[in-house]
Design a protein around this ligand. Structure first.
Ligand code: ADP
Ligand code: 5GP
Length: 228
């Protein structure tokens, strides 16, 4: 029988799949980039999508931008760990991205929707921590989406229309909820969640991180202000 050698067996920390979801405009991309910029071994999981690049987005950096035909071929090949249709476009996480992160003992950061987050967790339950990012309020969510000026009004309306159901699912299914009112505070909280979960995966405990992370557990949040 072949022994399975994991990153931990050879002295590296265990890989962690950090799923970050939020209603569009809540600031998860901003938070994810700040987190990755501040962490030596965290990498952004680059998804494939059929949507067009917006703003300064670059192919192979922000997304793998592919045609609908290419996306369908990747689905047929079984290349995706998960994929979903979001806001009328297709988005998917490549299986190879996840496997490489786990083998290297890194933190892979997934900026994916709640459907995708549930699928990643179902495939790699022991290695996944799912964090839902909430805007301070639904009014502020709309303000941020408009201030970002990257979508036409019709796309903003579509994103706001699905925000409520995303909040409902995120607040009932994710491990942690972080309110992104002040970015620096939200970043400190995200770092603590990761430190706490990595320590746990390694069979230990990070008490300082756990003290920050514990109140952020899903069960501690009352989601009613976002659903009213
Ligand atoms: P998402 O990836 O969730 O769609 P973005 O990261 O693109 O959201 O953020 C949406 C807009 O809100 C951007 O213009 C971003 O600069 C802004 N933003 C993000 N976090 C905050 C915050 N804590 N306070 C104010 N504005 C923020
Ligand atoms: P955006 O068009 O704003 O970049 O992303 C729209 C939505 O698609 C966001 O909620 C984002 O998290 C989600 N998304 C991006 N990549 C993936 C992916 O690979 N899989 C899934 N399921 N959702 C994704």
């Amino acid at each position: 029988m072949r022994a399975v050698v994991t990153a931990m067996d050879i002295g590296r920390p265990a890989g962690l799949l950090l799923v970050l979801s939020a209603p569009s405009g809540a600031g998860k991309t901003t938070l994810a980039r700040r987190f990755i910029g501040a962490s030596e071994d965290a990498r952004f999981s680059i998804s494939a999508t059929t949507r067009a690049p917006r703003g300064a987005e670059r192919d192979g950096v922000d997304y793998h931008f592919v045609s609908p035909e290419r996306f369908a071929a990747l689905v047929a090949e079984g290349a995706f760990a998960e994929w979903a249709e979001v806001h009328g476009q297709r988005y998917g996480t490549l299986r190879s991205t996840v496997e490489e992160a786990l083998a290297a003992g890194r933190v892979a950061v997934f900026d994916i929707d709640v459907q995708g987050g549930a699928q990643v967790r179902a495939l790699w339950p022991a290695s996944t921590v799912a964090v839902f990012v909430l805007p301070p309020s639904m009014q502020e969510l709309e303000r941020r989406l408009r201030a970002r000026s990257t979508e036409p009004d019709s796309a903003i309306a579509r994103r706001l229309a699905v925000a409520r159901s995303e909040v409902e699912r995120g607040c009932s299914q994710y491990d942690y909820c972080i309110v992104n009112d002040q970015l620096e505070r939200a970043l400190t909280e995200l770092k603590a969640v990761v430190a706490c979960e990595r320590a746990r995966l390694g069979g230990g405990e990070d008490r300082a991180a756990a003290a920050i992370a514990a109140p952020l557990r899903r069960e501690e949040l009352d989601p009613r202000p976002w659903l009213a």
